[in-house]
Design a protein around this ligand. Structure first.
Ligand SMILES: *Cc1c(COP(=O)(O)O)cnc(C)c1O
Length: 559
């Protein structure tokens, strides 16, 4: 069996234990493991108050609220309880189970760890309150419980695990449990694979080695941890995961080069991310594909046959998805969008490197571009991390731009839909006419929202970074923005590259808007090719099959 460890997991839209791409990807991965009947189990954490519920004032000030939810409604409590001694305290741990059901009935259980037990003192009971809020020692204790507690719970539940998949390094402490049981680092390595998701070394979690040893002194009981710790006095979860695994993979080809530069001297594999095709199509596209491309659920590569669907049927599905988006925007904002106007979607976490306000950098130019056409609508959505002042300021600036534009013209309209989540993501990615993504190179390890858009026939218009370097077929399935760098170029560009901004405006003005408004048939071809070339490859079924061949199989054969 494969054990897939991930700190945030969007098993389904109503379980709010995720913040963004990593958690959504985890849900998609587990769904594909279930569909492909891969013997596997997921391990994650039951965040009692989710991540953050975003409320915005009319001026774009974000306030944060806990996401309260009732685990009993979605998860089954498991009859299991273990005890780990951390920092001279006995910590009791239990777990809940979510059944991820595959298309032909195969179930992948997802184990959610939980310390909310009366045996625990209040600070331990409430340790897994909100995702990504704790820092320092508290974060260390969370991650110790996730890695070691998850490892021990799987043992207590009698799972026979062949491969431990550390998906992002938060669960690295599980390697200590393995080292304690197997006593030999080579044996540990044959059991572990590591997929890294971060392109910035400064973002890796790390703690003083002394703190780790102190916290775990009863558990490790004299165990020599030197095989998994490098020479420094830091216990760096990414380095530990790397040293304890047989193979390490990045999440796109570009990210492999970035990561080899970070983990100097190491060779990495890469498995480019994918999204779950059934989870991410609108109800209208689901019906269209089911009617006209039989078998696409089992085999998403059949989506290439989208080119045989008539333009009329294809455009009709898109128009219905677009109406759903316009309804969402008009019911939640006062932007009064129309379903006849070219609509740009921009939705993801509001954090600096995503540069979500690039298209707003020169508002007079944007207004000038829209003038000869029927207009441009831009729909935004996304949360800033509760403690990220820069992210919150970005939302405020988007609101300011919205007000400026509405005072000057009605040819450009901007709307911000609050409290982005999976359900809203599905409406926005499927209902927009184009998907805009302008991250600062090379900080987008992969990105996945553009893959969701493409599955619904929404072309990408994006900076060449992450997955889009592999996916972009210029003028055929979408459009690029700015320069193309070589795989080996790992330098970080300045936050605002004026070339990118000019290129964005020029392509919008001279290529994209004229095609949409004056040669719609050509635009529809690009939409279909987005499904045929992106949907068929950048899906999580293909990704999981690559995990099996590039990552898991080597470990099981090495046994
Ligand atoms: C897909 C998704 C993301 C990831 O978006 P990127 O643009 O790839 O960063 C984030 N949040 C939600 C809710 C998503 O569905």
């Amino acid at each position: 069996m494969i054990a897939y460890f991930v700190m945030e997991c969007a098993a389904e839209p109503y379980i709010p234990t995720y913040s963004g791409g990593l958690g959504v990807l985890a849900g998609d991965t587990l769904q594909s493991l279930a569909d492909l009947k891969v013997p596997s189990v997921g391990v994650s954490i039951l965040w009692r108050k989710g991540y953050t519920s975003q409320h915005l004032t009319s001026h774009g000030i974000q306030t944060d609220f806990p996401q309260t939810w009732d685990p009993k409604k979605y998860l089954k409590p498991l009859d299991v309880k273990i005890k780990i001694r951390i920092e001279d305290k006995d910590i009791y741990l239990t777990a809940w189970k979510y059944d991820m059901m595959g298309i032909s009935g195969h179930v992948v259980p997802v184990i959610f760890l939980d310390t909310y037990l009366k045996e625990n003192i209040p600070e331990v009971r409430n340790l897994f309150d909100r995702l990504y809020v704790s820092q320092g020692k508290e974060r260390m204790v969370q991650e110790i419980i996730f890695g070691i507690g998850g490892y021990e719970i799987l043992k207590a539940l009698n799972y026979n695990i062949m491969v431990y998949h550390i998906n992002e390094s938060h669960s690295a402490f599980l390697t200590i449990g393995l080292l304690k049981d197997l006593k030999d680092i080579e044996k540990v390595k044959n059991r572990v694979v590591f997929v890294t998701h971060t392109p910035v070394a400064a973002a890796f979690d790390e703690f003083p080695v002394e703190d780790v040893k102190q916290a775990l002194k009863d558990y490790i009981d004299g165990l020599d941890m030197s095989p998994i710790i490098d020479h420094s006095d830091r216990f760096n979860l990414s380095w530990v995961s790397l040293k304890a695994s047989r193979v390490v993979a990045a999440v796109s080809r570009k990210h492999k080069y970035i990561s080899e530069n970070i983990f100097e001297g190491e060779k990495l594999e890469y498995v480019t991310n994918g999204v779950h095709h059934i989870r991410w199509v609108s109800p209208h596209h689901k019906k269209l594909y089911t009617d006209q491309i039989r078998g696409w659920e089992e085999d998403p590569s059949l989506l290439r046959l989208v080119v045989n669907i008539s333009d009329k049927d294809f455009v009709e599905a898109h128009q219905k998805a677009k109406e759903d988006l316009i309804d969402l925007v008009n019911s939640q904002t006062n932007a009064s969008f129309s379903d006849k106007i070219f609509t740009i979607g921009i939705a993801r976490r509001m954090t600096q490197y995503k540069r979500n306000k690039m298209i707003l950098k020169d508002l007079d130019r944007l207004i000038h571009i829209a003038e000869p056409f029927d207009g441009i609508q831009i729909v935004y959505s996304g949360k800033a991390h509760p403690m990220d002042g820069v992210g919150k300021a970005i939302i405020k600036e988007i609101f300011d731009a919205k007000d400026y534009v509405s005072s000057k013209t009605n040819k450009v309209k901007i709307a911000f839909v609050e409290n982005y989540d999976m359900s809203k993501a599905k409406v926005i990615v499927s209902g927009a006419d184009i998907w805009l993504n302008t991250p600062q190179r090379p900080l987008e390890a992969s990105g996945t929202s553009g893959m969701k858009a493409a599955l619904n026939g929404v072309p990408n218009f994006s900076v060449l970074d992450g997955w889009w370097i592999e996916g972009c077929m210029e003028n055929i399935n979408g459009w690029s923005i700015g320069k193309k760098t070589s795989w080996e170029d790992v330098s970080t560009e300045p936050e605002w590259e004026t070339d990118d901004i000019y290129d964005l405006y020029n392509r919008l003005q001279y290529i994209i808007l004229p095609t949409y408004y004056y040669s719609f048939g050509k635009y529809v071809n690009v939409m279909k090719m987005a499904v045929a070339t992106v949907g068929t490859y950048f899906n999580s079924n293909r990704m999981v099959m690559e995990y099996i061949t590039k990552l898991y199989l080597g470990n099981t054969l090495a046994e």
